[in-house]
Design a protein around this ligand. Structure first.
Ligand code: IMP
Length: 204
């Protein structure tokens, strides 16, 4: 396939890929994960910000595949934990520790906090490397609180403890389309989709 007619998304995380495919569907370009392409890149995410890590991942995969490559770096910031786990969200308590355990640990850490003291947000930065090598980034944020207890079976990762006070539910309680409509990743992806559409127009 012509590499300019596809998007490679630099992740192996299936939870992310479901959201990414849904939001980018309108572009009419097939979206491949690294798993789909059987790509194994040992990427050292040693950036200290979501943007640095997103750029690191997108560049590393673009160096292998060429074409249009997107990567996201995202995470949960809990104010009562000084912004942790932040860029270390995937690695918090160890990459192989279950989210049941990680989520309970966060609930335990904010046990003494009430209401707004439990504030938290998901952040996402999407980095794109275009076929000519130029880069763009887009960001999204969603504000919420740490739930009193896990709820819901949708989404992935920290979704069961990400409480939306205005809605009275967690992002894991939301149907996928509703999460995508408001989430950090949905916001960043829609901005990036607009830039990709503009680039597609320029190619005509
Ligand atoms: P990354 O692959 O380094 O970007 O890791 C991001 C990590 O942040 C994920 O593995 C999850 O732990 C967490 N995370 C990011 N976005 C979400 C989300 O939408 N829901 C739940 N957890 C998320």
């Amino acid at each position: 396939m012509d590499r300019e007619q596809r998007i490679v998304f630099a992740t192996g995380n299936e939870g992310k890929m479901r959201e990414v495919r849904a939001v980018l569907a309108d572009l009419g370009l097939p979206v491949f994960s690294m798993k789909d392409l059987e790509l194994h890149a040992d990427i050292v995410e040693d950036g200290t910000t979501f943007e640095e890590n997103a750029r690191i991942k997108a560049r590393a995969v673009h160096a292998i595949t060429g074409g249009l490559v997107l990567a996201d770096d995202s995470g949960l910031e809990v104010d009562a934990m000084g912004g942790a786990p932040g860029v270390y969200s995937a690695r918090f308590m160890g990459e192989d520790t279950s989210y049941e355990i990680k989520n309970q640990a966060i609930i335990d850490q904010v046990a003494g906090c009430v209401g707004a003291e439990r504030s938290a947000r998901f952040r996402c930065v999407i980095a794109a490397v275009f076929p000519d090598g130029h880069e763009e980034v887009a960001e999204g944020t969603i504000e919420g609180q740490i739930a009193e207890r896990p709820s819901g079976s949708g989404g992935f990762g920290y979704d069961p403890i990400f409480w939306l006070p205005g809605r009275g539910l967690t992002t894991a309680d939301l149907p996928a389309e509703e999460k995508n409509a408001i989430s950090h990743r949905g916001q960043a992806l829609r901005i990036m989709a607009g830039r990709i559409a503009a680039w597609q127009e320029e190619q005509k």
